[in-house]
Design a protein around this ligand. Structure first.
Ligand code: ASP
Length: 345
């Protein structure tokens, strides 16, 4: 990574190419770093095709979309967060208002919704037809010990389950049905974390997510937890995370990344060390660790940045390949390689 003094840099998870360009355009116009990252992630929250964030995010086990977000503003050293927020598609904006307009750091559930309502946010149905189909397929895939599921027809029902599902979703083509089966079988993780530095040395960050698909209603992940999904201290740098939040919370990952940089580690090493703590929680048992994925992102106050994932990915022909994260240092965003703790097998 290029070395140097403070400069405009935006990094984010791999779904952040467009987000970073928006954030960079804010930085180039001299706008505040937090305005920049929030505007960036709003584009992902608004995108129905990103099923891990905002509108179109996959719902909880009851089919309700519950969103979590946090923001942290380096110059004022303040933060805000919302968790379990329903019906509002830009939780990052609400988190920013919690920071700016309350004497609190975090609002959850009904209270967060009422707060958003009071500030004029529009309530919407965040469940897209695509997400609803994936949720329904997941519900129908569940089985009790006797192999039964109340959400599927009885033994005497005519036709195959897939044909009946097609009947219930007449607009769904093969591609959409394949998507729904895949999401039901492999509940995805996903989130966007975005960190920015400007040429004045100011830094901010945001993390926003719909959390784990099919979660228990009320489950809160790491994204809205300051010190886990996000941490910023512009005297040092910023850290954030995507992936299985439960593992991150247990190592206070965002804070750990920043404290590691404070102790002199490079951003990449700061992320790798945090992953080692997660690995340690399972006595480095790779069979257990293989059940989840998690990635950290780090941006230092001098513009050096890095990212590391627990696992590498694999190419179609089975070769080890790094995961990627999105970077913008001006102009077009690009993907760069994450370091990784373990090669996936
Ligand atoms: N970290 C998020 C959570 O646990 C999910 C994710 O990034 O996939 O809620």
């Amino acid at each position: 990574m290029a070395q140097g003094g403070p400069r405009n840099v935006v990094i984010s998870s791999n779904n952040g190419l467009a987000c970073n360009e928006i954030a960079m355009s804010y930085l180039e116009r001299g706008r505040d770093t937090l305005d920049a990252v929030v505007a960036g992630v709003n584009s992902v929250e608004d995108d129905p095709n990103d099923d891990s964030v905002g509108y179109g995010g996959l719902p909880n086990e009851e089919g309700a979309v519950e969103l979590d977000a946090s923001v942290m503003h380096g110059p004022t050293r303040r933060c805000g967060a919302v968790a379990g927020l329903r019906h509002i598609k830009n939780p990052s904006k609400v988190a920013k208002l919690v920071m700016e307009q309350t004497d609190h750091c975090m609002l959850v559930g009904e209270g967060a919704l009422r707060f958003a309502r009071a500030w004029g946010f529009k309530e919407e149905n965040l469940l897209t037809e695509k997400s609803r189909l994936a949720w329904m397929v997941w519900k129908q895939s569940l089985r009790d010990a006797g192999g039964h599921n109340n959400w599927t027809d009885g033994l005497d029902a005519p036709g195959k389950p897939s044909a009946r599902l097609r009947g219930a979703f007449p607009g769904a083509d093969e591609e959409l049905l394949a998507y729904a089966w895949d999401r039901a079988a492999n509940p995805p993780t996903g989130t966007i974390n975005c960190l920015a530095l400007n040429a004045k040395g100011e830094m901010s960050g945001v993390t926003t997510t719909s959390g784990l698909a099919w979660k228990i209603p009320g489950r809160i992940g790491d994204s809205p937890i300051i010190g886990a999904g996000l941490y910023v201290d512009q005297d040092v740098g910023a850290g954030g995370s995507t992936g299985r939040g439960e593992e991150n919370i247990r190592v206070a990952g965002g804070h750990t990344v920043v404290e590691n940089m404070r102790k002199g580690m490079s951003p990449t090493d700061a992320c790798l060390d945090t992953l080692k703590r997660i690995s340690r929680n399972y006595n480095d048992d790779k069979a257990k660790l293989a059940k989840f994925s998690i990635t950290f992102y780090a941006l230092r106050k001098d513009g050096v940045y890095g990212s590391a994932s627990l696992w590498s990915s694999r190419t179609r022909d089975g070769k080890t390949a790094p995961q990627r994260f999105a970077v913008n240092t001006g102009g077009k965003s690009r993907m760069e390689d994450c370091a990784y703790l373990y090669a996936s097998f």
